[in-house]
Design a protein around this ligand. Sequence first.
Ligand SMILES: [Cu+2]
Length: 205
Amino acid sequence: MPTAPRSPRLLTPAALGALFVLAACQGASTPASAQGAAASQGTAAAAPAASSPAPATATAATATANPAAASPVAALPLVTVHKSPTCGCCGLWVEHMQQAGFTVEVIESDEVGAVKERVGVPYGKGSCHTAEVGGYFVEGHVPAEDIKRLLAEKPDAKGLTVPGMPLGSPGMEVPDGRVQRYETELVGRDGGTTTFAVHGEAAAE
Ligand SMILES: [Cu+2]
């Protein structure tokens, strides 16, 4: 009986990581869908809330000097987030912000690009979601602690951005806990950017 040779499909750890990120950002593996799957089997009665993916890891590695900024939680302004309805990692960032004490209003839209233009995200400095808080924009996976520092220091600027979607940034956590080096950039009134904070592996030293 002739059997077709099976082609081995090798997935390297790197490939698996990339798949994870893709799935997360397309909303294919959101906690909601996982819960739905569990519920459909009728076994989810005692399932713990599946929506808290190790929030402390990303922030623990960051080296913020945070001197005088003991901002009272009650004084945190509302965060308005513009995101695509299918963006999973955007939703995880929203959870990160909520866990940091922010109240978050989510506006789902497929026209996020227009928002980026309106608030002044520089060309080439964009990411997936765009937030507005306290008169500033916050583009992408900016750690909540950076936003608290921004609100405490109140620089004359347009906002903060973490361009792209660095692995290990809030909402972009990977299973092995790795945090790629990335920078939070302050966007000035003229659209120029300066380094606001450095995060990740190289920053921990
Ligand atoms: Cu993202």
